[in-house]
Design a protein around this ligand. Sequence first.
Ligand SMILES: Cc1cc2nc3c(=O)[nH]c(=O)nc-3n(C[C@H](O)[C@H](O)[C@H](O)COP(=O)(O)O)c2cc1C
Length: 174
Amino acid sequence: MTFMELAKNRFSERHFDPRPVEREKLDRILEAGRVAPTACNYQPQVVYAIQSPEAMAKARSTRASLYGCPVALLVCYDSDIVWRNPRDRCYEDYNAGEQDASIVAASMMFEAEELGIHSLWIRGFDSKDVIDAFGLPANHVPVMMLALGYPGEKSHPAHLHAKRKPLNDTVREL
Ligand SMILES: Cc1cc2nc3c(=O)[nH]c(=O)nc-3n(C[C@H](O)[C@H](O)[C@H](O)COP(=O)(O)O)c2cc1C
């Protein structure tokens, strides 16, 4: 499968099968995140793998919708080691943490897809809920959760999946 086919085949999964993701597959997904680029190669990402019943119960307590996934990855960045740009004249003390965490997460999302593991990018949570549930240290800033698992019987793309703006709505030729 080409990357373009992979990118077009992927959709947000909201009907997970409860069967677990094999350890080897999870390790490959994590490896894809490990080799992702980050600003200045500082690698500030911290990925919490959530799959034990205890960890899953904590994840559910955040009220994030996990759609019955058997494993979720909470992607944070470490604000103590993230690249900062104090000279940015638009954003005070700009840091690249959200970008670093997002490219790590996107790399894992596409590796999962290649392995036949579906995913859902989740940011619709209250950061405080997540910090409290997992007892995160103050320097671990939660960015997103990646729900992972095999597609369930009712798996299908939501209607929004088919709605993409044409390129000339989002690309400006300069
Ligand atoms: C930054 C971001 C945050 C998202 N947060 C959520 C979320 O909290 N819950 C959810 O069900 N989907 C969430 N999504 C999934 C989007 O709704 C979805 O990617 C979009 O509607 C396009 O559909 P598709 O992924 O099937 O192509 C999020 C996606 C992104 C990129």
